[in-house]
Write a protein that binds this ligand. Structure first.
Ligand code: HEM
Length: 330
């Protein structure tokens, strides 16, 4: 049901843009007002959540570790899996963010019919997730060509690599095929694996359909319905120069694409997509484990009122002596 609701909402969004542009001609609303609004919500919401997370106290040094901690010089420590300084913490973090290393090494458990537990790996999930995130990033970087004149070298480089298998014109991008396949795989996995389906919410399906919708409308626009790229560029350069115009004749598919992108941006700070920023603030990942080398005192500790044996004896010496109890000081 959650998947159906999410699909329904994305279809509804497409219908709203379709009616808004196709019949009511709200080009200024869909081409200027909503994109600006969505971008403002994205930036403010994103920073608000990051600042809130950054301000939460982390009184304990709690890195997640999977190897020998650095201690005595003759005990070999695992630098990467139990980083003891900033350098190795950054390396481990970079590998996590760029290659999803912990997902690669993760295991899943399954209770078989004969009541025995079987362990498997998560390599398919790892490959699907990695493909999804990397293609998303490359596509967004490639889109920079709409926002810069002249188009920067790194965008041309990405376009060349991505279009390596030149199949006809326009050049077919590898990332376009991969993002659709990866999103489909991630969706099918959620629906067909009972345990994953059980824990999947509307908030899990919705971003998947939304991004899928953005990719499909983009692909339709590039390879089938076609779009006037110079008109698009007039619009985007207008946005960034704060002198927006909504040129006629860009075509409805572009507005469907743009509206879904606007919804994604506005929804982003309120959703699980915030893991993009949150991963950097995860104390289990961003702290070095130097617990044996340095003493960390919980800053929340209040001054504990102690009563030493010495003080105790001073207080009760007379009574203790009377009762014949041994004393340390006469
Ligand atoms: C989350 C952000 C976005 C994603 C994931 C996305 C995704 C895509 C994809 C997969 C394509 C197919 C062709 C290609 O890969 O280049 C595409 C095409 C396109 N997108 Fe986006 N898009 C996004 C944002 C935008 C924005 C903000 C604009 C506004 C200018 C835009 C305008 C276009 C245009 C004009 C095309 C057709 C390109 C062509 O004909 O070569 N997209 N988009």
């Amino acid at each position: 049901m959650n998947a159906l609701y999410a699909l329904f909402v994305v279809i509804l969004l497409l219908l709203v843009a379709w009616i808004g542009i196709g019949t009511v001609n709200l080009h200024i609303l869909f081409g200027i007002v909503l994109p600006y609004l969505a971008f403002a919500i994205f930036v403010l919401g994103f920073f608000y959540r990051i600042i809130k997370w950054a301000g939460s106290p982390v009184p304990f040094r709690i890195p997640a570790t999977c190897g020998q901690q650095k201690s005595l010089p003759w005990i070999k420590n695992s630098k990467l899996d139990n980083p003891h300084n900033a350098f190795w913490t950054i390396i481990r973090m970079a590998l996590e963010i760029l290659t999803f290393r912990s997902l690669f090494r993760s295991t899943r458990a399954e209770l078989r019919d004969d009541q025995r537990i079987a362990y498997g790996d998560t390599k398919w999930l790892w490959a699907g997730a990695l493909a999804f995130h990397w293609t998303f990033l490359i596509i967004i970087l490639r889109h920079y060509r709409f926002f810069a004149e002249p188009v920067p070298g790194f965008v041309l480089f990405l376009q060349n690599i991505d279009g390596l298998f030149q199949v006809g014109l326009p050049v077919v991008y590898i990332t376009d095929a991969v993002i659709v396949l990866a999103a489909t795989y991630l969706f099918i996995r959620r629906v067909f694996i009972p345990q994953v389906r059980y824990i999947s919410l509307f908030a899990d399906y919705f971003p998947l359909f939304l991004i899928g919708g953005i990719a499909v409308t983009g692909i339709l626009m590039r390879y089938f319905t076609k779009v006037d790229v110079s008109a698009v560029k007039e619009l985007t350069l207008g946005w960034i120069n704060f002198n927006p115009v909504a040129p006629e004749g860009i075509g409805i598919m572009f507005y469907l694409h743009l509206f879904l992108v606007s919804v994604l941006f506005a929804y982003f700070p309120f959703s699980k997509l915030m893991h993009m920023g949150g991963i950097f603030l995860s104390p289990a990942r961003n702290l070095a484990n130097n617990n044996r080398a340095r003493r960390h005192v919980n800053p929340w500790n209040y001054d504990v009122k102690t009563h030493t044996y010495e003080e105790y004896e001073d207080e009760f010496r007379d009574v203790m002596k009377e009762a014949g109890m041994p004393l340390e000081k006469e």
